[in-house]
Ligand binder design. Structure first.
Ligand SMILES: [Zn+2]
Length: 249
């Protein structure tokens, strides 16, 4: 009985072993491709961010390019413009991009009172929420300047602070090729790239954008909205002891 069992089970064991080793071999053979794909998606990501909009002139152009290229980005909108162009805020949101709060009138918040800062952030949140039903996850201070005390206020208002690591200086009226250069030369994995869709100079940004996307793709980068799981107080700029201060020149 025991022998019979052994005789029956041997071919079965062989078959199981064959299948297991076969699958393992297949897995090993496929590893390089899946690792590469995984790397592009999870390790070499950059974050495109657009500030000071929405603008009826340039935001639709930027959105058209992002849609055509299947790229997601984060838009730091101003409260008064969001109130003025609610359909653009909705379009940003419905096309899969992330919304950030960039203050109501782009007033620098440093040296403003606690009440003023809280009110400015809240007013912008309220507009965005009324327009598309979501509260912006991030706050980016106008000019990138805020005091250490402001950090606490922003976090208390339910936001992470999102700075940037690569400044294209597109607000200076640079030509598209110069913006492309700035956006692509010093990029590393997880770079947060600062651009603008709401300024008079944003035509050059829109012209540069497809080239920026193609160049970064050629370097192996993928694109994403700022991470939803991000929990820390600041992203894109290391806090120093007193002020976050990111000069633009
Ligand atoms: Zn700004």
């Amino acid at each position: 009985m025991l022998n019979a069992k052994r005789q029956i089970s041997k071919p079965l064991i062989k078959m199981v072993l064959f299948l297991v080793f076969g699958l393992l071999a297949l897995e090993i053979f496929q590893q390089p491709t899946s690792a590469l794909q995984k790397g592009v998606q999870t390790q070499k990501v950059v974050y495109l961010t657009f500030d000071d909009g929405p603008s009826p002139r340039y935001t639709p152009k930027v959105l058209d390019i992002l849609r055509k290229e299947h790229v997601s980005a984060t838009f730091f909108v101003l409260g008064f413009k969001a109130a003025q162009y609610p359909q653009l805020v909705r379009r940003i949101y419905h096309e899969g991009h992330e919304l950030g709060n960039h203050g109501y009138y782009h007033t620098f918040i440093v040296n403003k009172s606690k009440q003023w800062v809280e009110s400015d952030i809240r007013k912008t949140d309220v507009v965005v929420q009324a327009v598309c039903g979501v509260k912006p996850k991030y706050f980016r201070p106008p000019g990138g300047i805020l005091s250490k005390a402001d950090v606490g206020l922003v976090v208390k208002a339910g936001h992470s602070i999102a700075m940037w690591t690569v400044d294209t200086n597109d607000w200076k009226g640079l030509s598209a090729p110069v913006i492309v250069e700035a956006a692509t030369q010093r990029v590393t994995a997880n770079s947060v790239i600062l651009m603008h869709d709401g300024l008079v100079t944003s035509q050059s940004t829109a012209t540069a954008l497809p080239v920026i996307i193609h160049k970064l793709r050629a370097k192996g980068y993928g694109f994403a909205v700022l991470p939803k799981q991000f929990q820390g107080p600041s992203l894109g700029g290391a806090p120093d002891s007193t002020n976050y201060r990111f000069k633009r020149s």
